[in-house]
Design a protein. Structure first.
Length: 366
């Protein structure tokens, strides 16, 4: 009896080893998660909450090992090897050799391997995920079986696209009108509470009222930096969004209607005080040129519900102070700067204190 890939159950105690193996293919984390039986809603949650592919892969592994959904296949090395084989056959073979087991249980799984016969056409097909777990992983046989699936799907997709193009061209010739893809439609804040199954692109989201999340905040900060209107903020703007509203997903009642950055009424009015801050008019013009927004004087407080407007307001307000923002590495100085300047006359000072900044940094940058 040949030695086969271990079919023993894995749990959260195996996290470090599994995570170490998977980091080499971390950019394929979403496809691996689907192969492992992770539900789509869990993958979408990870996609929203995490920033890098490395963190996303690690989060996906935790979901897989904890197996909170009882319908999810049991986590084993064999199942993981099969999932990896769908994106990297050579790497899957290497892992299968490193995690072999010659115990009676795993060998018995090899003898009990079965195939389900497709009743509609009589051809043998792969059995379900539960059966895959009870059978050992044969690197050459299983990889060939798994790897052919994306090819079939790809061919079908190309065929469908070609048919769609031909139909569209026929309609165009008959009516003289081009078929255009509908732009993403956004709803007002609080009207549509139905969860989306597909998020719009990030460029659309940062200009849509009510959008939240770390990816939205990062995109707003990055877009402001690309305008070259303001000097480097030393990651301060990113940190303020997390401190003030947890990137728009605050667990407690917010005291300001200043958007993700919780811009106070005092600060918002200060961004329009161009008589007191003579450099503001030039910044207004450059914001119009670079971002295509209306003149800042005409922006209403209600519009701070749009993430990009909230970010602009926060950055304009910070640019009114002569004292520069402290270095990124100096958390204590940024804490002082946040409390003395950003929180000046803020509506939230009745329940927020200065220690909240450093406490939040422990969560944001752990």
């Amino acid at each position: 009896m040949s030695i086969v890939v271990s079919n023993h159950l894995l749990d959260i105690n195996d996290y470090n080893e599994v995570n170490g193996v998977c980091q080499e293919i971390r950019f394929m984390w979403e496809e691996i998660g689907s192969k492992l039986g992770i539900k789509r809603y869990a993958i979408e949650t990870i996609n929203v909450d995490k920033i890098t592919s490395q963190k996303r892969m690690s989060a996906m592994i935790v979901v897989w090992l904890k197996r909170e959904d009882i319908k999810q296949p049991l986590p084993t090395w064999r199942l993981l090897c099969q999932a990896i084989a769908s994106v990297d056959r050579t790497y899957a073979e290497r892992i299968s050799k490193e995690h072999q087991c010659d115990c009676t249980e795993c060998k018995a799984g090899n003898a009990q391997s079965t195939q389900a016969v497709d009743e509609s056409n009589g051809r043998g097909q792969s059995i379900s995920n539960s059966t895959m777990q009870s059978t050992p992983f044969n690197s050459s046989k299983d990889i060939k079986r798994i790897g052919s699936f994306p090819v079939v799907v790809g061919c079908l997709s190309i065929t469908i696209v070609i048919i769609a193009i031909l139909i569209g061209w026929k309609i165009y010739n008959e009516t003289g009108e081009k078929i255009q893809e509908k732009p993403w439609k956004t709803s007002s804040v609080g009207i549509n509470k139905t969860p989306r199954t597909k998020l719009p692109d990030i460029e659309t989201r940062i200009w849509t009222a009510g959008e939240t999340g770390a990816d939205v905040v990062e995109a707003c900060v990055r877009k402001l930096q690309e305008t070259d209107i303001f000097p480097d903020d030393k990651r301060f703007l990113r940190r303020i969004a997390f401190v003030m509203s947890r990137d728009g997903n605050s667990p407690y009642q917010l005291q300001s209607d200043g958007g993700i950055w919780q811009v106070s009424q005092f600060a918002f009015e200060d961004t329009k005080a161009d008589s007191a801050h003579v450099r503001l008019p030039k910044k207004y013009r450059r914001l119009q040129e670079k971002l295509g927004i209306k003149h800042w004087k005409y922006v209403t407080r209600k519009e701070l519900e749009i993430p990009m407007y909230s970010a602009i307001a926060a950055r304009l307000y910070l640019s009114n102070f002569a004292e520069p923002i402290p270095p990124e590495y100096n958390y204590n100085e940024q804490d002082r700067y946040w409390w003395n300047f950003y929180m000046k006359n803020h509506e939230s000072t009745t329940f927020i204190d200065q220690s909240d900044f450093l406490n939040a940094m422990g969560m944001l940058e752990e």
